[in-house]
Design a protein around this ligand. Sequence first.
Ligand code: GCO
Ligand code: MG
Length: 408
Amino acid sequence: MAKITEVRVIVTCPGRNYVVVKILTDEPGLYGVGDATLNGRELAVASALTEHIAPLLVGRDADGIEDIWQFLYRGPYWRGGPIQMTALAGIDMALWDIKGKRANLPLYSLLGGRTREGALCYTHAGGRDTVECEDAVRRAMSQGFAVVRAQVAVPGATATYGIQGAAEATTAQWGATGGLTPIEGNWEPLQYLRVVPRLLEHLRSTVGDAVEIIHDAHQRLTPQEAARLGKELEPYHLFFLEDPIRPEWKDGLRLVRQHTTTPIALGELLHSRYDCLPLLTEQLVDFIRCDISHIGGVSEARRIATIAEVFGIRTAWHGPGDISPIAHAANVHVDVSIPNFGVQEMVHFPPAVREVLPGAPEYRDGRLWVTDAPGLGCDIDEEAAKRYPYARAYLPVCRRADGAMHDW
Ligand code: GCO
Ligand code: MG
């Protein structure tokens, strides 16, 4: 038995903010790390951890992951939601890390062992116009990517989600406005619905079928608009259309499904297996893409994957720059140990992030690889973390042309 002696919460900003949980034990040198980053609400999670959760864990057996998970999920009476499930994810990952270190086994081995060599992954390709996006897709292909996510600027819009590619998801510039108000963009559905099929037509007629293409609608469409887009994209055979509608509108996915065969992926704004359930049991999605840091960690990801497998649905876990290398490693340990893995979103972390949080999965030949180091294979350099103090940042917001709020 290894007793928990301290739950340390470290908030650091090596380019963008990350919240790291470090659980220490009474076994000399034995600790685990987990990611508890919720972009734009970092300190809310940090305070849930330090004020409410940490005091409950000191003295408990670090081996009892399932019991601690249930205790923190059902125990407080108030359950679910992004803040609590992100805090729980940090704890869960750190406990799995400890278990791996005690067993001297990599996490994927504890989860049942390898089902595949490496995790097929995709990178982001964006452009101000279709040609710029084509260049980005070609660059990704030359780096070995077999799957890319393609985004293009919407004419008339002051900012479009996704067009700066991976850089957008890995720097604090993204949404960091000096700490007062978020950047505001605008966006109109009709222009967007015209430009995306043109982008796909352009990409298929220039780069051909040699690459799989994903497009992220980022929860901005109505079910009817999403159905229209899915239908118009059918000739270009997307790998999937991501987040066509808001997660509040699960019922709306039925309409989308009735009208198009374009594969659908959704999940980054869901927070538990309960949230995912109707999407899975009704086969309303082809890929479930929850964020391991926002669903209570490795334990819940495994459970969601198992339910998804029953319905022939594959995983495509969220993997943006706003969750730390620890979460990316957790993703890949799950990816390589489940039977129904689909694809993994990835980013290239900048040097400062790698310095503070070593152990991100390595990219090679279109796939991500974790090492055989015990546990997650990640760490935090606390001295380096201190050199990058927290800096308040917000995600951008999006308005319609008349000034009304929309979904970013
Ligand atoms: C993705 C996501 C992200 C989110 C971001 C919000 O598919 O990678 O949509 O880019 O916008 O995680 O914090
Ligand atoms: Mg997305």
